[in-house]
Design a protein around this ligand. Structure first.
Ligand code: FDA
Length: 392
């Protein structure tokens, strides 16, 4: 039977970071993944340029049943630490918007950087490898990895969440957590487009492809970013962000002209040119097809001169307080992350080790710490992977 210090399951962002750190501490590390290539989600992230962190990353950008859990790891390995690593590898990057950092070149540069670091740290990477069995044996663990029996003192679960099953995502990490008696919070697709039922969708279908800069709110949470009408519902960054807060049956509110006092602008237009049609006046503020639909839906397809103040207020509401009840989401097929996961109550926030099974660690997306859109999820993968790497 082979003996190594550390087995890590999952060669994604968190697993590779943990492997580098553990290897650099002189631990013998075996990093196993059932996929044919490491870091597949890194490769497709950020439209192929990997939004690898966010300049403004702080605990407020993460959702968890215990919002304090992520503080320690995010403080010990910060976005500046990761930027330092990227800089040491000479990878050029830029800030796109809202503190989001992307590679100038390709996401593959981040994967190559981690592979180089792993190589230097003496990490053994085993791809196309399945975990056939796994059990606690004495002080350590015994695994069967594609037929080979391996014993280790630390076992790190870095197998990610359930999003994009086509890329090998599985519920494997959650099964291991359950096996060792760890609680899970509710898991659901997040950072995902929202869909409408047929009745809601029918009048909106012609808007498919139109984007607006919007403020999208769910209760007290709001995001201001682009919103896109799709052939099934709504997408775009502001919708992906709010999807992490929305639940079936909830209403979201959308302001499509958040900086414009629509009532005042339409009233001024009415005073200037009463013969102008409402949809023409709105069309100066919004994409034409959207303006037309708002005019149609408010039942006021007439000249501004014939529209009362009360009716203008109705129009303003449908532009800046559009209340809409999505029917569902596009699900794990397109979700960028899985919300929820291994309940942080069962983990040590400084090391990510299970409080009840010594030597067992959970890092990255499998844990109930979910970042906003914008590089936060990778930062959590780096930070949680790094702290576990110091402890295994
Ligand atoms: P990750 O999913 O990266 O890795 C898990 C690994 O475990 C995989 O390699 C998988 O093959 C392996 N595995 C799973 N089950 C296994 C099993 N049973 N046996 C062996 N191996 C197993 N975030 C961000 O911050 N910026 C961004 O730009 C993007 N962009 C983005 C785009 C798209 C399309 C998606 C789907 C996601 C993003 N994300 C993102 C989210 C980000 O990719 C995600 O949060 C991290 O990759 C999570 O890192 P982990 O290492 O935890 O899991």
């Amino acid at each position: 039977m082979r003996q190594v210090d550390v087995v890590i399951i999952g060669a994604g962002a968190a697993g590779m970071m943990c492997a580098v750190e553990a290897g650099n501490r002189g631990r013998s590390v075996l990093l196993a993944d059932h996929a044919a290539a490491p870091g597949e989600k890194i490769r497709i992230s950020g439209g192929g340029r990997c939004n690898f962190t966010n300049l403004n990353a702080s605990p407020q950008n993460f959702i968890s049943r215990n919002p304090h859990f992520c503080i320690s790891a995010l403080r010990r390995y910060t976005q500046r630490d990761f930027i330092g690593l990227v800089d040491r590898h000479g990878i050029a990057w830029h800030e796109k918007t809202l503190g989001q950092l992307f590679c100038d070149g390709s996401a593959k540069q981040i994967i190559d950087m981690l592979l180089k670091e792993m190589n230097r740290a003496g990490v053994e990477l085993r791809l196309g490898t399945t975990v056939d069995s796994l059990a606690k044996e004495g002080e350590g663990f015994e695994l069967e990895l594609s037929g080979e029996r391996v014993r280790c003192s630390s076992l790190v679960v870095a197998s990610g969440g359930k999003s994009i099953p086509k890329m090998g995502a599985s519920g494997f990490g959650y099964d291991i957590a359950r096996k060792f008696g760890l609680a899970l919070t509710e898991i659901r697709p997040a950072l995902v487009p929202l869909t409408f039922d047929e009745n809601t969708l029918a009048p909106l279908k012609p808007l498919s492809g139109i984007a607006v800069d919007a403020v999208v709110s769910h209760e007290k949470t709001k995001f201001r970013e682009a919103m896109l009408f799709t052939h099934r519902g709504l997408s775009g960054p502001s919708i992906l962000q709010i999807s992490s807060y929305w639940r079936e049956g909830d209403v979201i509110s959308v302001a499509m002209l958040p900086d414009v006092k629509v009532f005042d602008v339409l009233r001024a237009a009415r005073a200037r040119n009463g013969r102008q049609a409402l949809q023409t006046a709105l069309g100066e503020l919004l994409p034409k097809r959207l303006a037309q639909l708002i005019a149609e839906n408010s039942g006021i397809e007439t000249h501004l001169a014939d529209i009362s103040d009360k009716q203008l207020l109705v129009v303003e509401k449908s532009v800046n307080e559009w209340q809409i009840k999505p029917a569902g989401s596009e699900g794990y097929r397109t979700a960028e992350v899985t919300l929820g996961g291994v309940d942080t109550d069962g983990l040590d926030q400084k090391t990510m080790e299970s409080k009840t099974t010594r030597g067992l660690y959970f890092i990255g997306e499998v844990v109930d710490v979910t970042g906003w859109l914008g590089g936060y999820n990778f930062q959590w993968a780096w930070s949680s992977g790094w702290v576990a790497g110091q402890a295994v």
